[in-house]
Write a protein of this length. Structure first.
Length: 113
């Protein structure tokens, strides 16, 4: 199983980015797909998740700004990030949860003030 995260880049505060997590297998086989983020010297933190049934959960610090969605036919999960803040700058990772956990390679998001 391979997960390919993409869509990161540089954006000014208040801007938007859309991250994509593309799986090499059907994402329907996973209980949920999650986005995490990590900055240097800090632990990886959960940003959002979407279950196989489409239920979503968000960290408090992104509620109302980020939206996670999925396309089972395309085997993709997206993270739409709006109203980005400098504190959102991090490497974002996608994670597929099933009988095993699988991780993508991460995509860097930079937000300038």
């Amino acid at each position: 199983v391979q997960l390919q995260a993409s869509g990161g880049g540089w954006v000014q505060a208040g801007g938007s980015l859309r991250l994509s997590c593309s799986a090499s297998v059907s994402i329907s086989r996973f209980t949920s797909v999650r986005w995490y983020r990590q900055t240097y010297g800090k632990q990886r933190e959960l940003v959002a998740q979407i279950t196989n049934g489409g239920r979503t959960n968000y960290a408090d610090f992104v509620k109302g700004r980020f939206t996670i969605s999925r396309d089972n036919a395309a085997n993709e999960v997206w993270l739409e990030m709006n109203s980005l803040e400098p504190d959102d700058a991090a490497v974002y990772y996608c994670n597929a949860v099933g009988e095993r956990n699988f991780w993508g390679q991460g995509t860097l998001v930079t937000v300038s003030s």
